[in-house]
Design a protein around this ligand. Sequence first.
Ligand code: NAP
Length: 640
Amino acid sequence: MSYDFISLTADPEKLGSALAESDIVTVAMVLVQLTEDLSLLDEIAGYIKGPWDYSVKMPAATQEEIRARLIETVRAYAEEGRDLPPPPDDATLQRMMSVAVGEPVSDDYAAMMREELALHDADPKGVSWHRDPPQERLDTFHVVIVGAGMSGLLSAIKLQQAGIPFTVIEKNDAVGGTWYENRYPGCGVDTPNHFYSYSFEPSHEWTEFYSKRDELHQYFENCADKYDLRRDIRFETEVVSLRYDEASASWDVSISGKDGAEETLRANAVITAVGQLNRPKLPDIPGLDTFKGGAFHTARWDESADLAGKRVAMIGTGASGMQTGPAIAGEVGRFTIFQRSPHWVISNPNYHRFVSPGKKWILEHLPYYARWYRFQLFWGFSDGIHGALQLDLDWPHPERALNATNDRFRANMVRHMERELDGDPELMAKVVPDYPPYGKRMLVDNHWFPMLKRDNVDLITDTIDHIEANAIVMADGTRHEVDVIILATGFHANRMLWPMEIIGRDGENLSDIWGEDDPKAYLGITVPKFPNLFILYGPNTNLGHGGSAMFHGECQVRYTMKCLRDLIEGDYRTMEVRKEVHDAFNERCDAAHEKMVWAHAGVDNWYKNGKGRVFANSPWRLVDYWAMTEAPDPDDYIVR
Ligand code: NAP
């Protein structure tokens, strides 16, 4: 495979300075791959103690030597006009991965990582036909995608590449889903951006390691442009119901346009891509509707609201509150934060850092660098943490942590809070959770603790009783008079796919099967009695231990695409998951959750339903889910 080493080496000064701004371990992996000289791995392994680049304690001279050898190597490639070397074998890959993250990576990662690293393939998760389907079969097959957010756009791109006709129905007037809707001050991602992007559409231009909402939204706009998706998207149109028609083996999709005009589309298959977190949940606090000032949810930010100098209340201290609070505390008059229960907060040195020009340049120009960097992020932010979320029955302090590693996380986070709050006993008593780390969604510290120390900020942890025209009133009668209330109170995650009405075979209503809060699906994607319906980011697919929703989305879309390929190539009309397969999967899922932190008795979170069953999160490591969704097993489905 050829690569443009001439451009890479054209400006030696630029290459040298860009390398100096890059991560040395990542550069070392590139060097190993280009030289195929594994001895470097032994030289550097002892210096790498974990998956974080800032933990590397490699002597400066060794770092210099790695950079110099890299420059020499790429020059030789350029001068000799050499092609890239063949990909490493699995054993070498595993060894490289383990050194890159400073801890053993088991061999079950080799296949997944070969794909994720995409060492030689621009789109390894792409799905190709076994044989080209007849054009008339494609012309008469139509897919409706509900939603043009991250998963919906991904599905559209993959259907377009396969030549399968589709229409996307989007309730908003633009693409981007959650990154379009959420505009609260400070809104941004807390998954590393170089991992939070489609694997086949990396961006080397992220301004920050954790970008803000506008840049994320623009990424999706750019994808829609690049793949010319808008002509197949019907904006400001909402799906009201999906109704399966047995006779035609297709779905009737009732949609409602912005002028209220109703229409029914016919679809051979439907992909729902509506997310788990897109229907804001208002708190059930008596009197909220009598409040005379402005009250709005973080995901429905009132951009006309002027908070300067006002008495502002914020109810809720989850991921949205964590970002909103510090972004507005300096501007408002008095800021009163109502916290029902504290979250664990992790500190991340990269969270507020900008990506240097040199690093952007290297990401774009040095072969393999972006892929190895992505892998390091993958490991550090996902499966590397999974073990720490499992209950160790021999661990003596189950009330505060699940196991020794989980307890170490706890101690580190408490130390961070103490440092940030100068050990203030009153605040410490309010902010340290009494449940194990990861029990609720982990938060990344967005200067939260210095905000709490501000003179104009109060953290209230008593119970709210009711709201009046101009005040929030506590159970003990204390009144907090406020002008504006920000509701950072989360989403109706439990009411998955709501408010769409979804009627499957034999008139079965999905909301009757799932009830108020007990959604279940096979692999989170398919449900018995609902043929050719594919759910993205469905039940038990939220990632609570880390990872990237983009990665999971790609697994689900690849699986869905392979289902559609099997349907079309086999000339079948429908495929429906077998009930026993679906039920057995959910039993395995529930059993796996029993030992995990989210099911812990002392934890309240949005992952569990009223009966304590974890319906939102996946209990699996990413590598397990990747393997489960690699391709559909024909035995799991009834095809007709
Ligand atoms: P959330 O995590 O569900 O937090 C809601 C907050 O409101 C909690 O503090 C909750 O308290 C409180 N609350 C809810 N009802 C209340 C009531 N009646 N009275 C008092 N307090 C009440 O919601 P979120 O912060 O919007 O985040 C939801 C999810 O969206 C996150 O977990 C994450 O997956 C995603 N998200 C991601 C990012 C990011 O990438 N940076 C940013 C925002 C959101 P309790 O904890 O006591 O229930």
